[in-house]
Design a protein around this ligand. Sequence first.
Ligand SMILES: [Zn+2]
Length: 546
Amino acid sequence: MAYVALYRQWRPQDFDNLIGQEPISTTLKNAIVTGKIGHAYLFAGPRGTGKTSTAKILAKALNCADGPTDKPCNRCVNCERINAGTSMDVFEIDAASNRGIDEIRDLREAVRFAPVDARYKVYIIDEVHMLTTEAFNALLKTLEEPPAHVVFVLATTEPHKIPATIHSRCQRYDFRRIAVAEIERRLTDVAEKSGLTVESEALHMIAVHADGGLRDALSILDQCTAMNEGMIAADSVRSLLGLVGHEWVWKLMDAAADKDAASVMLLLDELIALGKDVRQILLELALHGRSLMLYKAVPDFDGVAYSEDQDVLASQSAKFTYDEIIGLIQTFQAAANEVKWAAEPRITLEIALLDICRREGTESIAGLLKRIKALEEAAKAMPPVNMVRVARSEAETPQPKVHTPEPEFDKPKVSAPLNSGTSEEVWDAVLKDLVASGKRSVHACLAQGHIAALNDSQVTVQFTSVFAKERSEKEDYRNIIEKILARILGQQVKLNCILAAASSGMVEKSAPAKADPKEGGVHPALDAAIKIFGGRAIKEEKNEEE
Ligand SMILES: [Zn+2]
């Protein structure tokens, strides 16, 4: 006897065995029992969720010798013929291969004749959205005046492509994706009844991978039985599905947690050589990141990471801060989106992992905010300083980090007395945030600049490239950058982009400190300093160098 695929063998034969579509089976059973049978049904939903099976059960329910009944017997001639696909009154049309008007025209002629040996003629049109416009128009004519003995079941995965004129003449039923647990239960049942030995982890993997479609799940199980004799192990399912697997993900994350970039690269090399898909690697890394996040947030909550080793989660989550874990999940997800369009997906994966290896020095934004707050508090607590004296001579200054207004070749002026370390940290945090949120093109532009001046209303960023400068100040990029700056600095600031000139003179001119101190009183740098440190200017001395 020819081999019958599992999904055919285990196709549900009545409404009670329809998996995961209880609301639909209940409604249809009621319609049959009360005799309220529609002339046209639209079954919409993802592939493998039971649309065609339901259509056949409906056909049997209508035509069973005991019927119409909500419990077709599956033994009478009519039921048997429908199950075998030999009924003269039940027609299955695959619109994907018969898109033409001829089939529908034939159908229009044929529907007029009474059924051969059943009560109803049932037309099941699969993938009905594939019909041509002409075929739809012909179908519409039939649906407008359907003979009493005809029932149409239109099945589709893309209901939005059905013309409204057709749609409005159908009773619509939406088939939902079947839950992983339900698929798993069904797989266990089928495996048991078919005498298959399958590891439970293998069944779980198949159920997850089937993405809500029972037919797909059974087909995968079928493939596994063809590849394996005896026991079906999780490993063989993993290789069949191209999954990466926990061990690899753990090793990669271990290396990244230890900032061991060399090991990360070697592991990646091996994985790629094994033929693993870059996107799949990223997805599994992101899922593992989620386990780490949940473990970190609620370590004693049972069942959070049921498929992950607790020891691994404990040791790895200890190596990251909570914010770093969030950052790495975002990095993996952004990269997974990006690889769809990447010319060389592997590079995207490498950037993501190396980003995580290099996380030191680029502190979490929350941590940075805390430090900036602490700095501000410390600054406020300091006694008022004679700013003029600070500005005049570095030798006399007890805080050497405060910038003097003397122009320097490589360090443009900072208009506020935030030290240069702080503006570098702010800039690092901005760049890091852009990477983490997947704004890589913005990042590419901004990486070419640095903060030239920072005060509490404006951040001046200096570029050497005209393109990077002009692109960064366009509204879309500006909005993104200003939002990130506001988050990091804890207040709204304006982005001011300037171009570095070849000479230091231009830098000086473009910096906000260009206002002449003689006009309008206080020097802007001094003004900003007073705003942050408090106090007042006692006397302003002329800068010798100018
Ligand atoms: Zn029957």
